[in-house]
Design a protein around this ligand. Structure first.
Ligand code: NAD
Length: 295
């Protein structure tokens, strides 16, 4: 198996996942360029600060404090696309919308380093459909790379190839994720929401709907689906706020749109109360208000 030599990573999207994936790569001693829309990039947005703050928790960090900023640099799609040519691995982590991802692929593809690996952190959109947005010659280096939130602490990464993905590249990527980032890989087929979210989101939805139907309190249900059964971090509603309520709704939307004949299809819907929170911009931790902290 040939080795993947990754000297620099580009992460596209500096949101909940992108900033944390960047921080995790930097902690593993791999420099990162963290791209976002021009409007979001820059000191005011604190993108790099956010990623760097995430790095501080590891002690000892593999580099001195003064070097941290060199490990995560901010860039935007407006003026910095040529810098993609420095990167051996590009991880796309923008919002869970097929058309936005495809638009971005068309914009970035001409600037990729020849032979670079390009992987999407989508929660469950079709990897084949995303791959079709890449130039034909780059599709053998394309796959899904699904990290879990928070990516530093969650060992699981689902790797999702297409029929065009080079198996040798996939093996090498798996080896890099395992040895360099400390991840445990599960290879998944390109089915809606892959494995973990197909099951996980379904169970979250069941709790959301039953809580409403039975008139239960969020914190009560969180105790019973979290700490009291030994899952301190995974209580249902808190998880929704951590994931981002808009992202959760997009993932539910994927199941709704792509699994019309599933016997549980009627349950694949975002409850109205949750849609109302999203409509007013209460998206969870990333907007500092969501299910728990109301506007
Ligand atoms: P987020 O909402 O926190 O961030 C989305 C990012 O996309 C932002 O940086 C935003 O500026 C950028 N963006 C939005 N519209 C864009 C456009 N048209 N073009 C380019 N950039 C655009 O989202 P997130 O939670 O970080 O999710 C990112 C990806 O990771 C999604 O595909 C999501 O499904 C997946 N994911 C999320 C989680 C989670 O727990 N949040 C876990 C695993 C995978």
């Amino acid at each position: 198996m040939s080795r993947l030599i990754i000297r620099k990573v580009a992460v596209l999207g500096a949101g909940v996942m992108g900033a944390q994936i960047a921080a995790h790569c930097a902690n593993a001693d791999v420099p990162v360029i963290l791209f976002d829309l021009p409007a979001r990039e820059g000191p005011a947005n604190g993108i790099v600060d956010k990623a760097v703050a995430g790095m501080k928790k590891l002690d000892p960090a593999p580099f001195a404090a003064k070097d941290r900023a060199q490990y995560v640099e901010a860039a935007n799609y407006g003026s910095d696309l040529a810098r993609l040519g420095e990167c051996d691995l590009v991880i796309e982590a923008i919002a869970e919308k097929m058309e936005w991802k495809l638009d971005l692929y068309a914009k970035v593809a001409p600037h990729l380093k020849p032979g670079a690996v390009f992987a999407s952190n989508t929660s469950g959109l079709s990897i084949n459909a995303l791959s079709a947005g890449m130039p034909a010659g780059a599709r053998n280096r394309f796959c899904g790379i699904h990290f879990f939130n928070p990516p530093r602490y969650m060992p699981l990464v689902e790797l999702i190839p297409t029929a065009e993905t080079d198996p040798g590249m996939l093996d090498a990527l798996e080896a890099w994720l395992t040895t360099c980032l400390g991840k445990s890989i599960v290879r998944a087929k390109d089915t809606p929401n892959f494995v973990a979210n197909r099951v996980g989101v379904f169970s979250i939805l069941a709790v959301l709907h039953h809580t409403q139907r039975l008139g239960l309190a969020f914190d009560e249900v969180d105790l019973l689906t979290g700490p009291r059964i030994g899952r301190p971090k995974s209580a249902t509603f808190r998880t929704g706020d951590v994931v981002g309520l808009d992202t959760l709704a997009h993932v539910v939307g994927t199941m709704q749109a792509t699994l019309p004949n599933d016997p549980w299809h009627a349950h694949f819907s975002t409850p109205a109360w949750l849609q109302a929170l999203i409509a007013k911009g209460a998206l969870g931790q990333k907007t500092r208000c969501g299910i728990y902290r109301k506007q």
